[in-house]
Design a protein around this ligand. Structure first.
Ligand code: F6R
Length: 238
């Protein structure tokens, strides 16, 4: 487990881009996992600024809201085009279809696409204040695969800032499962700001428990946590 503590958000974003840049140099046809949310925005800005060559890469997003079409401005399809794919060359990119009539079949289709691509080489993650990764809320099975999942009340509240009102936040998503995420060969989790300090302590130093989904990462052979000072504030050695 590698822990990188950055002085601020700009450094965190640059560190994440450094890791992606080096991985692409080694393997131009990298298979990448990408998160959405507030945390990775600076990372995507860095990728665009550096014009990293993703033309041979394949990217899979972690999740999508159920019920939001690809052109909805809060869908993760839209988010990825807006922050990244409209601005760089990308080989293939996928986001689960939140409008699929049969979410279980959509989950299976997504899993098959990941398998066909050879599995995820480098998975970037954010983390919810309750420890969720993707939209795998506390209590989710560590063996879970891509599937429909209800959002926790804390997640709906946290994500209301992106919508006109809390009532507009979808209550379900399709998300890679924790099993899908931990199958990735390498994982990099980004955490920024004081609201992530307590959960980062629980994730890194607490017991491995399904009540803190991200704690499963302690068992992964190649995981890097990139935190800014505020998110690292409660770690024992800080
Ligand atoms: C979104 C995702 C979520 C977010 C998490 C943190 O694709 O996977 O797990 O990473 O909710 O969101 P922010 O970065 O907005 O605090």
């Amino acid at each position: 487990m590698n822990i990188v503590i950055c002085s601020d958000y700009a450094e965190l974003s640059a560190k994440a881009a450094d890791i992606l840049e080096a991985a692409l140099k080694e393997k131009p046809n990298l298979v990448i996992g990408f998160p959405t949310g507030g945390t990775p925005v600076g990372f995507y800005e860095e990728i665009v600024k550096r014009q990293l060559d993703l033309s041979q890469a394949t990217a899979f997003n972690l999740d999508e809201y159920i019920g939001l079409a690809a052109d909805h401005d809060q869908s993760y399809h839209y988010y990825m085009r807006h922050h990244l794919y409209n601005h760089v060359k990308i080989g293939k990119w996928y986001v689960p279809d939140g409008t699929a009539a049969d979410p279980a079949a959509e989950g299976e289709r997504y899993e098959a696409l990941i398998k066909e691509a050879g599995g995820i080489d480098l998975m970037f993650l954010g983390i919810g204040t309750n420890g969720h990764i993707g939209f795998n809320e506390p209590g989710s099975s560590f063996a879970g695969r891509t599937q429909k999942t209800p959002l926790a009340e804390a997640t709906i509240e946290a994500n209301a800032r992106f919508f006109a009102s809390k009532a507009d936040v979808p209550t379900e998503a399709i998300s890679m499962g924790i099993g899908t995420i931990t199958d990735a060969k390498r994982i990099v989790l980004l955490a920024s700001g004081p609201t992530k300090a307590a959960i980062m302590k629980a994730t890194i130093e607490g017991p491995v428990t399904e009540e803190v989904p991200a704690s499963v990462l302690q068992r992964h052979p190649d995981v890097t946590f990139i935190l800014d000072k505020a998110a690292a504030a409660e770690l024992s050695n800080e």
